[in-house]
Design a protein around this ligand. Structure first.
Ligand SMILES: [Zn+2]
Length: 220
């Protein structure tokens, strides 16, 4: 008697075949994903640097036109000194500048201060969004207890410092791209910090760890 199942054509995959395909796809994905993420990070980095370069030109121009006074807000540069509102948004900022506080939420969750009052959206002069942290904004400085504005505090801190190493406009959205092992004066142990891209007081682009006053022990 002919077996009913003999000669019957199979349709679809067996479980083993399906698992094999899944494993192959997973291996291919694991090989290509880091390269894709790396390429995207590099592109974001390049675009952010371009944004900061444009803001630095506007910042230096503002000071030149205003007897070396600094703008109260980053948005004060728009549109007279910086004609595009797009340069205020870092492509690495997943919330596209629509946050309270100029630090990415995952960094704030990591224990960093949000410094919400420094958010340029609060002192908005017409820009829809801002990803960057402005160190010299005209609002009460929380980390000195509000006795001075950030601008007044930074003018004090600037005295005797190398102005090419003094960050004024900062991007925290690349902090996972590179890590620094840093040491604070008097600290017993080193700790890890993320990297930032900055415009320094003298207008140059400056890479630094999150807490720029700390000493870098090693770059990871
Ligand atoms: Zn950025």
């Amino acid at each position: 008697m002919r077996n009913l199942f003999q000669g019957r054509r199979r349709f679809g995959f067996t479980l083993v075949e399906l698992l094999t395909v899944i494993v192959i796809i997973a291996v291919i994905a694991s090989l290509t994903l880091p390269a894709i993420i790396g390429a995207r990070r590099k592109a974001n980095w390049t675009q952010c640097q371009s944004n900061l370069h444009q803001l630095s030109l506007a910042w230096m121009d503002y000071r030149y036109q205003n007897r070396d006074d600094t703008p109260d807000w980053l948005s004060s540069l728009y549109p007279e000194y910086c004609s595009s509102a797009l340069v205020y948004v870092c492509p690495g900022d997943r919330l596209e500048g629509r946050i309270d506080g100029s630090k990415p939420q995952d960094l704030v969750d990591n224990g960093s201060e949000a410094f919400n009052s420094t958010d340029d959206n609060w002192g908005n002069n017409g820009i829809p969004a801002c990803s960057y942290f402005y160190e010299m904004c005209n609002t009460n400085c929380e980390y000195v207890g509000g006795v001075r504005t950030w601008k007044e505090q930074k003018i004090i801190e600037l005295q005797g410092k190398d102005r090419t190493r003094f960050p004024v406009i900062r991007c925290f959205h690349h902090w996972k791209d590179r890590r620094y092992e840093v040491r604070w004066p008097g600290a017993v142990t080193n700790r890890m910090e993320g990297m930032t891209i900055n415009v320094a007081y003298d207008g140059n682009i400056l890479f630094s760890c999150e807490n720029w006053k700390a000493t870098i022990v090693r770059v990871h």
